[in-house]
Design a binder for this molecule. Sequence first.
Ligand SMILES: Nc1nc2c(c(=O)[nH]1)N=C([C@H](O)[C@H](O)COP(=O)(O)OP(=O)(O)OP(=O)(O)O)CN2
Ligand SMILES: [Zn+2]
Length: 139
Amino acid sequence: MTGRRPPSGDCPLKKTPLITEISKEFTFEAAHRLPNVPEGHKCSRVHGHSYRIEITLRGPVHPQFGWIVDFAELNAAWQPLHAQLDHRLLNDVPGLENPTSELLAAWLFERVNVPGTTVARIRVAETCTSSCTVYAAEG
Ligand SMILES: Nc1nc2c(c(=O)[nH]1)N=C([C@H](O)[C@H](O)COP(=O)(O)OP(=O)(O)OP(=O)(O)O)CN2
Ligand SMILES: [Zn+2]
């Protein structure tokens, strides 16, 4: 420690460019079966999960409101997706014929739309111990 302090009024933190994200967790109940698993795999049978979905958005922090967007906007964007998934057999949902966590996360990634933000990542948890996270690839 040199004990050197920045000059008064020169807060180094204020000069650090920040990346800010907000996240919200959602749930739905659904059944599925995995049609492409090896014969005899337990997931070839229809079974159900209490899915937990975490959606993370990235964007600029509004200078007046101090937020990226109101969490309520993310909640509103989720509602039509919830309507398509909740209490469904996911295999019947167009685009989810093989409803693995990976493909469900990608399906959601293509559909979440909150103006003024980009989707940073989506996490799909089928069980307490199993989850998948997708991110936008760089470039
Ligand atoms: N990479 C993936 N592997 C599996 C998926 C998947 O989507 N991606 N899905 C399943 C099944 O849907 C299964 O219901 C969930 O998997 P699993 O963690 O094996 O579930 P269990 O509760 O039975 O786990 P245990 O820890 O063994 O009790 C399978 N694999
Ligand atoms: Zn399953």
